[in-house]
Design a protein around this ligand. Structure first.
Ligand code: ADP
Ligand code: MG
Length: 326
């Protein structure tokens, strides 16, 4: 049984302009210890998909799914109380901006130990020892002396490390990291991602890594889900998606990653021209068709999921051999 099973997840948000179909028919599954990267441009529905798993969507959002299960627990049928028990204990989330989840009014020590003491029967000393151990593990020096500090006394990089340590306090089965390094400078980004990967392997946790950086994915993920305008356009093992990128959008994204040694620093990346269409009201056909070189009339119709190889599929009507680069 998969640790996480998401089938046909749909998220609609009522707005003044009409119903926003933010996420439509998203399906994926994740085994224990596996890393899935969800990639796509800003606004493609990555964060909402993550929040839907945690049951932390904005209040107005309407979530539907034919299956949403975590370790056999039906997340669509859990009470708020049960969900609170799961959050932070068995499923943890690391947000893009640490200040959204670190409370400025409490010390780092209080926040780290609180996460553990809420879910486990442990003494204050045990909780404190674990906090120090994990702060050291995430590369924070003089960890014990950090416990009395407040979030604003730490740099952005340190705060992000504290967030990771906090996520690990209860040894969750699943960590969802939503663009965990976007706010940091490039050297620190690389350190934090390496750290996440090492810890994920050491603790055997499953990891969902949300990112718009395809370069990161190749190094960290077992599987990739490429998201565009609220839909998964291509999914597969990292090897399959990078080795034989098939959906025109995936290929556009891959063309736009910098190549170390070949792309000069500061050189503009090859971007995909055009804009994501509005997802308000009636949405039909492939949402990428207005930006796709290969679009034909039938792209306005229903788009099936096509299996390209075992565990590799795309939502595109093109013949896979045509979609693939020659
Ligand atoms: P991503 O994380 O991929 O950048 P999001 O999941 O944040 O994208 O957003 C997907 C879409 O849903 C976007 O069009 C965004 O504007 C919209 N959206 C997200 N949150 C809200 C909200 N609280 N109210 C209205 N629209 C929202
Ligand atoms: Mg986001």
């Amino acid at each position: 049984m998969a640790l996480l099973d998401v089938e046909n997840l749909t998220i609609d948000i009522p707005t003044e302009a009409g119903l926003l179909h933010a996420v439509g028919g998203v399906s994926f599954s994740l085994d224990r210890g596996e890393t899935l990267a969800i990639v796509g441009e800003s606004g493609s529905g990555k964060s909402l998909t993550s929040l839907a798993i945690m049951d932390l969507l904005p209040g107005r959002a309407i979530r539907r799914a034919t299956r949403l299960s975590f370790d056999g627990i039906d997340l669509a049928a859990t009470s708020d109380r049960q969900m609170e028990d799961l959050r932070g204990d068995r499923i943890a989330m690391i947000f893009q901006e640490p200040m959204t989840s670190l409370n400025p009014a409490y010390t780092i020590g209080d926040q780290l130990t609180e996460a553990l003491r809420r879910h486990r029967k442990v003494s204050r000393t045990e909780a404190r020892d674990r906090a120090v151990h994990l702060l050291e593990r995430v590369g924070i020096t003089a960890a014990a002396s950090r416990l009395g500090q407040y979030p604003h006394q730490l740099s952005g990089g340190l705060r992000q490390r504290v967030m990771i340590a906090m996520g690990l306090m209860c040894e969750p089965d699943l960590i969802i990291a939503d663009e965990p390094t976007t706010a940091l400078d490039v050297t620190i980004q690389a350190q934090i991602l390496r750290l996440l990967r090492d810890i994920q392997r050491e603790f055997g946790m499953a990891l969902i890594l949300v990112t718009h950086d395809l370069g990161v994915v190749a190094r960290v993920a077992d599987k990739v889900a490429v998201m565009y305008a609220g839909r998964l356009v291509e999914t597969g093992t990292t090897r399959a998606v990078f080795g034989a990128p098939s959906h025109p959008y995936t290929r556009g994204l891959l063309r736009s990653i910098p190549v170390p040694g070949r792309t000069a620093p500061g050189e503009p990346l090859g971007t995909i021209p055009g804009q994501v269409p509005s997802l308000i009201g009636n949405v039909s056909g492939c949402a990428f068709r207005n930006r796709c070189d290969l679009a034909v009339e039938a792209c306005a119709g229903a788009i099936p999921d096509v299996a390209l190889a075992p565990g590799h599929s795309m939502a595109c009507i093109l013949e896979p051999s045509l979609a693939r680069p020659q």
